[in-house]
Design a protein around this ligand. Structure first.
Ligand SMILES: *Cc1c(COP(=O)(O)O)cnc(C)c1O
Length: 392
């Protein structure tokens, strides 16, 4: 099914990457398993003149998902990687070399910091962190050897909104490219490539998959950064499994309706928490109380189901454990973006170097799933009763 340029986003998520006319009318693409692909003649073998030459470098199943994500992100093309973290590391390695300088956002996903501090530095890349709220001020941190500015908006667990257009303008003026981690927006609620970023990476693991059963990443580029990304992704031997690709293709078709529900329930839970006396702060960019709410309204068309809140400093660890250990629907586990609700205490103190990761009280991250919001509120209400019964 060819994407018509005038198709709106909710049509795109349903149609992009599907080709029923090439697949005997089947609505969904077939799943190609394979390493070896045969070539009919020596000439074709030598000229590589056929669409697919070796399983590691692509299949029609992989192409279908690449096309769908490219359409969603509004990019030039996409490569897939075995996890979201490998999308981050591959995109960075593909565009940095010894002697280059990287500007990394201080509110980045924790393991992305490890890529910088424990891998890139030993390969001779210089890394500096910047305040997510720096905006155009990033030009002061640019060096002659700055090759990449890495952004992630909103920030991981702390939800600072970055001014991507201002950061991209400064980065480009200094000769650097911008890579944005777009996992929160899922390619749906915000489009970093249309705001000046050169590359958008996602943990496909989260909302594109949407069912907590696949690990995958995507790197969507503009035309300028495509050839280097494709070649170096290939040189690193990155590939993904066909059945996993199929599950993500299935997940994407319902992305729009799922996100709408995650958003509505997330906002409801956040507003309810804002009214609780035990809660000092709710950090949700769609709430008027969020310091970057205006920027979020400018650059996002919605919010996903992920947000955080902070307990009053007087609430003890023991009381928080009594609440969390007894939750009925909200499970404690890493990742998010699946159909289920999650609740997780987070400590950002060791994940920040130029901004503070200390919020005064315990930070709790919530992923609002697709359960009935009233049942989730009842789960939280019972949790607060256990918290208060456990005393300070
Ligand atoms: C989860 C996540 C990743 C990593 O994804 P995995 O598939 O777990 O490796 C990267 N960036 C962000 C913002 C994430 O939330």
């Amino acid at each position: 099914m060819t994407e018509k340029p005038n198709h709106r986003q909710d049509t795109l998520v349903v149609t992009a990457g599907r080709e029923p006319e090439a697949n005997f009318g089947y609505v969904n693409p077939p799943v190609f398993h394979g390493s070896t692909i045969l070539h009919p003649t020596v000439k074709v073998l030598k000229t590589r003149d056929q669409p697919y030459t070796y399983g590691r470098r692509g299949s029609p199943t992989i192409t279908a998902l690449q096309k769908a994500i490219t359409a969603l992100e509004g990019g030039y093309n996409t490569v897939l990687t075995p996890s979201g973290l490998s999308a981050v590391s591959t995109a960075l390695i593909a565009h940095l070399k010894a002697g280059d300088h990287l500007l990394m956002v201080d509110s980045a996903y924790g393991p992305s910091r490890d890529v910088c501090n424990k891998l890139l530095t030993r390969m001779g890349v210089e890394v500096d962190y910047y305040d997510p709220r720096i905006g155009a001020g990033i030009s002061k941190l640019m060096k002659p050897n700055t090759a990449v500015v890495f952004a992630e908006s909103p920030g991981s667990n702390s939800f600072e909104i970055q001014d991507i257009p201002a950061i991209a303008a400064a980065a480009h003026a200094g000769g650097a490219i911008v890579i944005a981690d777009n996992t929160y927006g899922a390619g749906y609620y915000t489009k970093p490539l249309s705001q000046g970023a050169d590359i958008s990476v996602q943990a496909v693991t989260k909302y594109l998959c949407g069912h907590s059963d696949v690990l995958m990443g995507s790197i969507t580029t503009n035309e300028k950064t495509w050839a280097d990304t494709l070649f170096r992704h290939g040189a690193l031997g990155q590939t993904v499994a066909p059945d996993d690709v199929y599950l993500v293709l299935r997940g994407i078709r319902t992305l729009g309706v799922r996100l709408e529900r995650h958003q509505a329930t997330g906002i409801r839970l956040a507003r309810w928490l804002e009214a609780r006396p035990e809660v000092a702060l709710v950090i949700h960019p769609a709430l008027e109380s969020h310091p970057d709410h205006a920027l979020w309204k400018r650059d996002f068309t919605g919010a996903c189901g992920l947000f955080s809140f902070v307990f009053q400093p007087t609430v003890s660890d023991k009381a928080i454990a009594a609440m969390l250990d007894g939750m009925d629907l909200m499970g404690m586990g890493y990742s998010w973006g699946g159909f289920e609700s999650l609740i997780l205490p987070q400590d950002l103190k060791h994940n920040r170097t130029v901004t503070s990761g200390d919020f005064g009280g315990q930070l709790i991250r919530i992923h609002a799933g697709l359960e009935d919001a009233d049942d989730l509120l009842a789960d939280l209400e019972a949790g607060f009763a256990r918290l208060n019964a456990a005393g300070a």
